[in-house]
Design a protein around this ligand. Structure first.
Ligand SMILES: [Zn+2]
Length: 341
C-alpha cells in the first residue's frame, strides 16, 4: 500500500504544477488572495481560451480606473509601429530632460498639475541622469520616458489618440456587464498633457484592470485571439473584440521582445510549486488623483514561449515594481502562506 502512494507522489514532485495539462486554477486563486487583500485587484485569464479563471476584488477590477502609467508605453509603441514599422529603429540620446517647448534659462521641473509650459521647461525621465543612447526595445524594457515622449512627438498626437481608441480604451469590455465602467480617454489639447499621455499619465487616460487584462490576453496570443469570457452568477459575458483589423501579429511580436522577462531557474525545493516557469510583461506606476500616492500595475503572460495564463496585478496604492514582485510570488511558487500570516 505504502509503495503505491510513493509512486504516485514522485511524478507530482518532479513535474511541478505547470507540466500537467492545465494550471491548477483553484490553487492559483488561493495564492492571489494571499498576496493581495484589499487595495487592488488581480485578474487571471486562461490565455488559451480566454476564460477568466479568477478575479480578486471584482469591484475594483471592473469599477475602478486609474492612469495606466508606463504600461501604456506598449500602446504608444503599437501606435508608432502601426504608423511605420521602421520606427522600431529610432534611437535617441536620453539625457533625462525632455524639453516641452525649447531649451532656455528657466529650467525647472514641471509638475503634473501645471497646465501649460513655458520655454525651457522639461519633463524628467524615469532614470536620474538619463539612459544615454537608447533604442526602441531597450526603451520599452527600461521604461525610458524620454524615448516615448520623442516617439509620440514623432508620430503626432492624432495618430496616438486614434490608436488608443482603436484598441477599445474608453469602452466597456463586456457590454452585458451592467456594473462595469468604461474608463476614460480624454482628447488632450495642451502639449504638456499630450506628452504625458504618451507615458500613460496625466489623468487623461483612465483604464480599468479588466481593460488591461483584455489587452494582455491579446498580446499573449500575438493578436490572434481577442475574445475573453466571464462566467458570473450563472451568466456568461462575452467580450467585444479588441480591434477590428487582424494584422497586428508582426507588430505585437516586436513589442513583446521589449518586455521584462522573469525566468525561474531555481531547483530549490521552495520553487517546486511554481505554476509557470517564466513570464513576460510590463510594469507601470502612475500618479493617483488628488493624492501623493501612486498606483502600481503589472500586466504579463507566461510561460513566455507558450502562454497558459495572462494576468494583471493592480495595486490601488503601490508601484509597478511592487506589482511585479507580487506576480513573482504568485506564479513562481515561493512559499507565500508563511510570509503573509
Ligand atoms: Zn531615459
Amino acid at each position: 500500500m505504502k509503495w503505491k502512494l510513493f509512486l504516485l507522489l514522485i511524478p507530482l514532485c518532479l513535474s511541478g504544477l505547470e507540466q500537467k495539462g492545465s494550471l491548477q486554477w483553484k490553487e492559483l486563486n488561493q495564492r492571489c488572495k494571499l498576496v493581495l487583500k484589499k487595495r487592488g485587484s488581480i485578474i487571471i485569464i486562461d490565455s488559451r481560451n480566454g476564460y477568466i479563471k479568477g478575479i480578486i476584488n471584482e469591484s475594483v477590477a471592473i469599477k475602478k480606473s486609474a492612469a495606466p502609467g508606463s504600461v501604456f508605453k506598449i500602446v504608444t509603441g503599437i501606435a508608432a509601429l502601426r504608423k511605420d514599422k521602421r520606427n522600431r529603429f529610432v534611437k535617441v540620446y536620453c539625457d533625462d530632460r525632455y524639453y516641452i517647448i525649447g531649451k532656455g534659462i528657466r529650467n525647472y521641473r514641471i509638475h503634473f498639475n501645471r497646465l501649460e509650459a513655458e520655454v525651457g521647461q522639461y519633463y524628467r525621465c524615469s532614470k536620474y541622469g538619463g539612459h544615454k543612447r537608447i533604442g526602441f526595445l531597450s526603451a520599452l524594457k527600461r521604461s525610458c520616458n524620454y524615448y516615448f515622449f520623442n516617439l509620440g512627438d514623432k508620430i503626432g498626437y492624432e495618430a496616438f489618440y486614434n490608436q488608443v481608441l482603436r484598441l477599445g480604451f474608453g469602452q466597456k469590455v463586456f457590454s452585458t456587464l451592467k456594473e462595469e465602467i468604461a474608463g476614460e480617454i480624454k482628447k488632450e489639447k495642451l502639449r504638456t498633457r499630450q506628452l504625458l499621455s504618451y507615458i500613460g499619465d496625466g489623468y487623461g487616460i483612465q483604464t480599468t484592470p479588466l481593460q488591461m487584462a483584455h489587452l494582455v490576453y491579446f498580446l499573449a496570443n500575438n493578436g490572434e485571439k481577442q475574445i475573453i469570457t466571464l462566467k458570473r452568477n450563472g451568466k456568461k459575458h462575452i467580450s467585444r473584440r479588441i480591434v477590428s483589423e487582424s494584422n497586428y501579429g508582426p507588430i505585437i511580436k516586436i513589442i513583446k521582445r521589449g518586455l521584462i522577462k522573469k525566468v525561474s531557474t531555481s531547483t530549490d525545493r521552495i520553487y517546486q510549486k511554481q505554476f509557470i516557469s517564466s513570464f513576460a510583461g510590463k510594469t507601470g506606476t502612475s500618479g493617483a488623483m488628488n493624492s501623493l500616492k501612486t498606483s502600481g500595475w503589472f500586466i504579463g503572460y507566461g510561460p513566455i514561449e507558450n502562454p497558459k495564463v495572462a494576468f494583471v496585478v493592480f495595486l490601488s496604492e503601490g508601484t509597478g515594481r511592487k506589482a511585479l514582485a507580487l506576480a513573482e510570488k504568485i506564479f513562481m511558487g515561493k512559499n507565500i502562506s508563511k510570509t503573509y500570516k
